[in-house]
Ligand binder design. Structure first.
Ligand code: AMP
Length: 267
């Protein structure tokens, strides 16, 4: 595996791969890799001639007072995992490499970015769309892999690709969960033992929402069913439990840690 920390080196390496007739799959991440990330990496390795991954904690997608400064990182461990998964090129730029000066050009995806995560984090999806557009321009992937775990992000990226005509196929990968239903997330390390024990409440709420929907409940009653499950967990503060486009979406706070999850309304 080649590790690149400059845009120039990563771009040239992938240009050479494509010039050799090889398809390139890209997996953008913020690192601290877990089995969820690895499922995307393995899929890219299986689907494409060459898999490339990026590790970049993108300051543009963090709001003031969020966890940018404390976001977990383990570049050495990540490199081992990425190489073990079969990644050929790993891009690990410094912030100054991605954003050498003030960022005056950003990409905003209206509609898909609004409400839910966009409501709680008003600048988040512009930050995501901007860095994804940059990474696509740098890497020129044939396919790019995103997790369903971040459902609204997936919709934002799909719309970005359509509206700006990126020649990239977006591949959605299913959410990887712990045995108790908690979706894997780099942020799970923030949880105390008690909070970790309480955290599967997100998945339980989603399952309750699905059951209510299956029994014919309207959206507001489905949302109420999800809310009720979270209310019964003293360590959990509900941010939102919502139905959007046949999807159940939930965000819950455990102290300062905010977790999100989602599930198709129908199995
Ligand atoms: P992140 O490092 O959190 O920005 O995530 C990088 C990519 O991995 C995104 O496309 C996420 O949706 C995806 N991802 C994160 N957690 C999971 C998970 N538990 N299952 C599947 N994909 C995931």
């Amino acid at each position: 595996m080649q590790v690149h920390d400059t845009i120039d080196s990563f771009r040239k390496a992938l240009d050479a791969e494509r010039a050799g007739g090889r398809t390139v799959g890209l997996v953008p991440t913020m690192g601290y890799l877990h089995e969820g990330h690895l499922s995307l990496l393995r899929r890219a390795v299986a689907d494409c001639d060459v898999a490339a991954a990026t590790i970049f904690v993108n300051p543009l997608q963090f709001g003031a007072g969020e966890d940018l400064a404390t976001y977990p990182s383990d570049l050495e461990g990540d490199s081992r995992l990425a190489a073990g998964a079969g990644v050929a090129h790993l891009f690990t730029p410094a912030t100054s490499e991605m954003y050498p000066g003030e960022v005056l050009t950003t990409v905003t995806v209206a509609g898909a970015s609004e409400g839910l995560e966009g409501g709680a984090r008003p600048t988040h999806f512009a930050g995501v769309a901007t860095v994804v557009a940059k990474l696509f321009n740098i890497a020129g992937p044939c396919r790019a892999y995103f997790g369903e775990k971040d459902w609204q992000q997936l919709q934002v990226v799909r719309r970005l690709v359509t509206d700006l005509s990126f020649p990239v196929e977006v591949v959605a990968c299913p959410t990887v969960r712990e045995p108790d239903g908690l979706a894997l997330s780099s942020r799970n390390v923030y949880l105390s033992t008690g909070q970790r024990r309480a955290a599967p409440v997100l998945y339980r709420a989603l399952l309750a929402g699905r059951a209510a929907a299956g029994a014919g409940a309207e959206a507001t009653a489905v949302e109420a069913a999800m809310t009720e499950v979270v209310s019964a967990e003293p360590l959990a503060d509900l941010d939102y439990a919502a139905v959007r486009d046949d999807r159940l979406l939930i965000a819950v706070r455990f102290g300062p840690t905010r977790l999100i999850d989602n599930l198709a309304m129908e199995e």
